[in-house]
Design a binder for this molecule. Structure first.
Ligand SMILES: [Zn+2]
Length: 378
């Protein structure tokens, strides 16, 4: 047949004959599925995803018992040691989180949701998370889990130790390449300068927007051209926005050690943004968003708030009730959406988001139209 031996090696143990479609090779399976109607395929896809999640829960249950017996299996081929460790940690956590374990076992939770959820939940909040968790985007759960971790001075020192700026030539590609990794506040400062410059470098009228990577690269070159000759090193105090809930603080979604927070005020102007600050209503008829509200929205909505969308690029501000219909401007009435989903919203489109944007699962989608317009938002 002309197949080489290496290909055969990988097929022997877990080959297709173990699967439910015994005897079908993948291509035949795809051909067979092509004869099915779309609705059937959609339902089959949902059940395949659910089954996969149930099997993951089963794997965790098995791990849990093996763990009791101090007999953790070696990673199976193709599985990283990290993946085994993560599974084991989740399996151990689920022992004190019975409601979440049951939800996972029903197939309602993806691994991307389950993993951060066991970090956030306590035996007291187990039932609540089991109910709300499935509607949270993985990104929101991961963020909540990050915030729940306490960053110690040692962690901060380790981040600082890991900082790097690398530069190398690649003669074949005709490029000089580089990469930097900078710890929390340093990294955010550099990123914000590059992003701000990139945003300013708008294309000439009628020209399409270039990719963000390109604009950031251009901005960096521009920075070098403009500042290469400048000798003045007048000390400046950059503006750093620190978000805090009173217990922990973070900058650009990165949790800070208390020590880092305290040192910040030496070299920077620090704006402290309380996440639990009272809602300020800036009134009706405002298209422009005040700077303070912009900071709150950028922090609260790191991704598009349309249900299920996790786009993070080029988000636009959207009034839940359009400004032209006397919508007010406050953090309860403005959210960030990607351009595509923004277009679907009234008054340009037909859809409408209602609810409490301060909760990651607080918004629901309804069809707009005269009825929705007549009554107050629920
Ligand atoms: Zn979106």
């Amino acid at each position: 047949m002309g197949m080489n031996e290496h290909t055969f090696d990988t097929v022997t143990e877990d080959g297709p004959e173990d699967g439910p479609e015994a005897g079908l090779v993948y291509r035949e399976l795809v051909d067979e599925l092509r004869t099915q109607p779309t609705e059937w395929l959609r339902a089959e896809h949902r059940s395949a995803v659910r089954e996969q999640r149930r099997l993951k829960a089963r794997e965790l249950a098995i791990l849990s018992v093996l763990d009791e017996r101090r007999s953790i299996p070696e990673p199976t081929p193709g599985m990283s040691a990290r993946a085994v460790r993560d599974s084991l940690e989740v399996a151990r956590a689920l022992e004190s989180l019975p409601a979440i374990a049951e939800t996972a076992h029903s197939g309602a939770l993806s691994w991307d949701q389950l993993k951060p959820m066991v970090e956030i939940a306590t035996p007291e909040s187990d039932a609540e998370w089991a109910e709300r968790g499935p509607t949270w985007a993985p990104a929101d759960l991961q963020r909540r889990a990050r915030a729940a971790r306490v960053v110690t001075a040692e962690d901060a020192a380790a981040r600082r130790e890991a900082r790097e700026l690398r530069c190398w030539s690649d003669p074949d590609a005709g490029m000089v390449a580089g990469r930097f990794r900078l710890p929390d506040v340093d990294g955010v400062l550099v990123k914000s300068i590059l992003e701000e410059m990139a945003e300013r470098m708008r294309p000439a009228k009628g020209q399409p927007w270039d990719r963000l990577e390109h604009r950031m690269a251009d901005a960096f070159v521009d920075l070098c051209q403009n500042y290469a000759d400048v000798t003045s090193t007048r000390r400046h105090r950059p503006l750093v926005v620190v978000h805090t809930n009173g217990e922990s603080a973070e900058v650009d979604g990165i949790p800070l050690a208390t020590e880092t927070f305290e040192q910040l005020s030496d070299g920077a102007r620090v704006v402290e943004q309380r996440d639990d600050a009272p809602v300020v209503d800036y009134g009706t008829g405002r298209f422009a968003i005040p700077a303070e509200l912009t900071r709150i929205l950028e922090h609260r909505d790191p991704h598009c708030r349309y249900p299920g969308c996790e786009r993070t690029r080029r988000l636009e501000r959207h009034h839940l009730t359009p400004v032209g219909w006397n919508g007010t401007t406050s953090r309860s009435t403005v959210v960030r959406l990607c351009a595509e989903h923004h277009h679907r919203m009234e008054p340009h489109g037909t859809e409408r988001l209602v609810g409490d944007p301060d909760q990651p699962d607080g918004l629901r989608l309804i069809q707009g139209g005269a009825d929705a317009r007549a009554g107050p938002a629920p």
